[in-house]
Design a protein around this ligand. Structure first.
Ligand code: ADP
Ligand code: MG
Length: 320
């Protein structure tokens, strides 16, 4: 199969066709219409085999996750996803692998009505780069820099599940088969909180998606907003399955595990009633409060300061 046959067979057949795409795949560039009054939110993520995923990972999950991590970034800005580009480096053309990859990719694309509008394909080590584009009304984007002292801090869904499954896969921790079944999707097929991000416009002061662990990502909000915070371990949002292991594993997975793809956002007192009117299928929890004193204080179940062992994931941490 040539490169062009591959593009035609797997990527040019679109399950989603949007009216704002004047020209999609097939020319030298896509031509797109941005609705009036909207800003374009643009984000990209690169997933490299052996770094971000195991080479033998299920291709359906990989296709899903490659798009999900990008949609999660759009969600964190309060943007509504519209389009994406796909850059693929493949060691070889394996039809069954590509069928699975496209299945995972396009199922999620359909769920959020995002259209693949182009990309690039090359032979090389397995890597997937996606760039996603979304719309957000002028001046309505959720920023990391908007938190103010007195805001309550919330997270969607539950934290630490993906990190716990990963420990099991790396044979650092043994989970029962039923627990693995409960939690695997959180690692393999995270659901980006797109609808939640959109409705938080005008309600939240700031937001970020949690990809590198709560402490690291909330830390970005604090730094960019020039504020501090206290968070409380007895208010942490943890699934019943993950809760069972906290005695053994401690709080690292929840606080610094990474791969959660939940939103962390801050809401001023005046908007809390509006927030409480919102229905999130994944739920949301208040875990703490923004304060003017810089630094992040973690308060344990007895009201004492808790010292985390780990701060979060940093790809270059070991090189420093
Ligand atoms: P060029 O050489 O002009 O960059 P290509 O031959 O690489 O163009 O691509 C031809 C068309 O196929 C372009 O519209 C490009 O965006 C699209 N394309 C290439 N690879 C992919 C891919 N992996 N996914 C989606 N579209 C792709
Ligand atoms: Mg060209």
């Amino acid at each position: 199969m040539t490169e062009f046959e591959l593009i035609r067979r797997y990527f040019a057949r679109q399950p989603i066709t949007r009216s704002d795409v004047a020209v999609g795949i097939g020319d030298d560039a896509a031509l797109l219409r941005l609705p009036p009054g909207q800003q374009l939110a643009v984000t990209s993520d690169l997933l490299v085999s052996g770094v971000h995923f195991f080479a033998d990972v299920d291709p359906i999950s990989l296709g899903h996750k490659a798009l999900a991590v990008n949609l999660s970034d759009l969600a964190a800005m309060g943007a509504e996803p519209a389009w994406f580009m796909l850059n693929l480096s493949l060691p070889e053309i394996t039809p069954t692998w590509l069928d699975g990859f496209c299945q995972g990719l396009f199922n999620l694309a359909r769920e959020f009505n995002v259209q693949l509008i182009g990309g690039d394909t090359t032979r090389g080590p397995l890597a997937i780069g996606i760039e996603a584009h979304g719309f957000v009304p002028e001046a309505m984007a959720l920023r990391r820099s908007g938190a103010k002292a007195g805001d309550k801090i919330y997270v969607t869904g539950t934290l630490g599940d993906a990190a716990l499954v990963l420990q099991h896969r790396l044979a650092k921790k043994h989970l029962s088969e039923s627990d693995v079944a409960m939690l695997s999707d959180k690692l393999d097929r995270p659901m980006p909180r797109v609808r939640e991000g959109v409705v938080l416009r005008g309600v939240a002061h700031s937001a970020i998606d949690i990809s590198d662990g709560l402490l690291a990502d909330l830390g970005h909000i604090l730094e960019m907003s020039h504020v501090g915070a206290s968070i409380f371990l007895d208010r942490m949002s943890v699934s019943p399955t993950c809760q069972k292991y906290i005695k053994e594993t401690g709080w690292d997975n929840v606080l610094a595990g990474g791969d959660d793809y939940e939103l962390c956002f801050t809401v001023p007192q005046k908007n809390i009633a509006a927030l409480e009117q919102l229905h999130f299928s994944c739920g949301f929890h208040c875990i703490g409060e923004i304060e003017s004193a810089p630094g992040l204080r973690i308060v344990d179940e007895s009201g004492n300061a808790y010292q985390p062992l780990k701060m979060g994931h940093d790809h270059f941490a070991k090189l420093k």
